[in-house]
Design a protein around this ligand. Structure first.
Ligand code: SME
Length: 167
């Protein structure tokens, strides 16, 4: 059982996010993917598990469609549907094929505020068939809420999620 502490920023509790927690989430996601090849169902379950276990405010996917990003399965408040390449944190991660770690979204030029309460964000590009298929986007209401352990953990979850993508 993980330990929990109260956050003053929001009513949701936040778990102690250590390597073991990320490994457990990875195992849970892999077992949900096992024997199922519907990527929408698999990404919906991945978003649900990551959201429930990590206590972040928004967890979900954008997929590349016609050169832009379109909203995919997610958990959290309703979000912007389309993001142009190079725009915001997601569009930058997509265009540059580079993980974006943003401790303060208000300091990120062009940040797209789907949820005005967001303060920090990580976006990890997802690959399939040798291309950037889309991104995993994780938002937090808390400022600077992504430690190196979180970034490494989210990158390792992204690798597992890539196994569920259509090529
Ligand atoms: N903040 C993102 C937009 C997506 S939402 O956070 C779900 C961005 O700047 O790309």
């Amino acid at each position: 059982m993980s330990e929990y502490h109260e956050s003053s920023m929001e009513s949701k509790t936040s778990p102690v996010r250590d390597e073991a927690l990320y490994e457990g989430i990875g195992r849970e996601i892999s077992s949900l993917f096992d024997g199922e090849d519907d990527w929408i169902a698999n990404l919906a379950n991945a978003a649900a598990v990551i959201y429930e276990r990590l206590g972040y405010s928004w967890v979900g996917f954008y997929r590349a469609e016609g050169g832009s990003l379109v909203l995919g399965p997610f958990q959290g408040p309703a979000a912007c549907v389309r993001i142009a390449p190079g725009k915001g944190v997601c569009g930058t991660a997509f265009s540059d094929d580079a993980v974006q770690v943003v401790p303060d979204v208000h300091a990120f030029p062009g940040h797209i505020a789907c949820d005005a309460r967001s303060n920090s964000e990580v976006v990890v590009p997802l690959h399939a068939g040798g291309k950037v298929w889309g991104v995993l986007d994780v938002d937090s209401h808390r400022p600077n809420d992504f430690s190196p352990t979180d970034v490494a953990g989210l990158k390792s979850l992204a690798k597992i999620i890539e196994s569920a993508l259509p090529s």
